[in-house]
Every structure is written in structure tokens, then in C-alpha cells.
Write a protein that binds this ligand. Sequence first.
Ligand SMILES: C[S@@+](CC[C@H](N)C(=O)[O-])C[C@H]1O[C@@H](n2cnc3c(N)ncnc32)[C@H](O)[C@@H]1O
Length: 232
Amino acid sequence: MNESWMLDELVHAGPEHLDPAFVAGFDRKQGYPDPAEDLAVFADHGLADDATVVDLGSGTGQFALAAATRFGRVVAVDVSAAMVERLRQRAADNALSNLECVQAGFLSYEHAAPLADGVFSRHALHQLPDFWKTLALERIARMLRPGGVLRLCDLIYDFHPSQAEEVFERWLDGASADPGAGYTRDDYIEHIRTEHSTFRWLLEPMLAAAGFEIVAVKFRGPVYGAYTCIKR
Ligand SMILES: C[S@@+](CC[C@H](N)C(=O)[O-])C[C@H]1O[C@@H](n2cnc3c(N)ncnc32)[C@H](O)[C@@H]1O
């Protein structure tokens, strides 16, 4: 893309994700989400042992490490050098030679052939404003083979704008008191104020415009959504 108008993805990455001290404590803070359901979604849509799967915004690799024990080639992509370094070390410690770690963003990662069978992204796309999300989704569609699967999990707002105050109050009330062991009220406030979670009814047309058919959607409360989409 023309660099004069390109978004600087590092500026939007969330400064904490670039900080090695935060990265060292990241897993304990965010918890250990079980990747089993996401892996099963890919398998249920026909991804076999030799599949190529790309994880965008891979962080410390909670999904990518598990995926690399299941699929033939996994590419973990993150814009943060500290995250990539940590995951590279973990891939080496686990002798996962089929796990490639790439420092790049949604808007800059260049996927090398063969086309991917699956793309996964969890809690990362909201770092981009909506215009850029749409470009990112279209780039994802281009790295997938026809029939390939996008599994997108993110903080997505599933409510009417008039409900924002009430929904956010309930969300903030459920925050962790310990910043080392969970996301706090201040973390959620920072998310709402400075990051780019969007409404469900805005995201879904973006997915369609990028060339995806949504085949399953599951929301856990009004903020956390998981989409399974097929590249048309
Ligand atoms: C909240 S973490 C989630 C990490 C991982 N997906 C997980 O669920 O454990 C968000 C990650 O997205 C990365 N990130 C932020 N902006 C990005 C971008 N434009 N392109 C790729 N990665 C990005 C951050 O560096 C960080 O590692």
C-alpha cells in the first residue's frame, strides 16, 4: 500500500503490547482461554493435518502453539516485536518447527504461498479503526483459498447505542481488582475510550463486503463475539 497514507499499526497496537514487561505477565493477566473450540471449528470445516493456518495478532501464542500441534503449517503474525520474540522462544522450547513467527500487522503481513486454509484472530482486530478493519478483512480474504475459514473472536458490541451506558457499567462492575490477574476497570475504560471495538451490525456488513459468508456467530454477553466465516 502507498506508505504516505498507510495507518501506522504500531501506534494503534496498544502501547502495553509493545512493552516486554507487560508481555512477560500477559498470559496470567488475560487467563488461559481453551483453544479446543477454535481448533474444532477449523476441523469441522474440513481443515486436515496438513492445513496452513495463519494467526493474526497472535500475542504470546496461546492459539498458535496449540494449532501447531494439530496443523501442518502455522504462521503467527504480530505487530509487536516483544510478543513475536516471546512466541519464537516458546516455539523453540517446544520444538515446533512448523510454527513460523512473523513481525507484521494486519495491513502489512504478506502471506507466502500456498494460500491459507484457515485464519484465526482473537482480541486484536479492534485495534484498528473501522475503515482499516475492512481493509484488513479484505486482505485476510485474499490470503485464504476459496472455502477457507476465518475464525474471528473479538470484543464486539452487541447492543443498541442507547444501551451503551448500562452495558458498560455492568462490564466495568465485573472487572478484576488485580491488574496482574485480569483486566481491571481502568483497562476496560481505556479500551472503550481509545480502542476501536465496533457494533456487531457494523462488523457484519464489513465481513460480507470483504468476501465472507458468516456461517456461525456466538456472543458471550454483549461484548465478546466469535464468528466463523467462509471465504466465498
Ligand atoms: C489482547 S492481545 C491478544 C493476543 C492473542 N490473540 C490472544 O488472544 O492471546 C492483542 C495482540 O494484537 C497485537 N496487535 C495489535 N495491533 C495489531 C496489528 N495491527 N496487527 C497485528 N497484531 C496487532 C498486539 O501486539 C497483541 O499481541
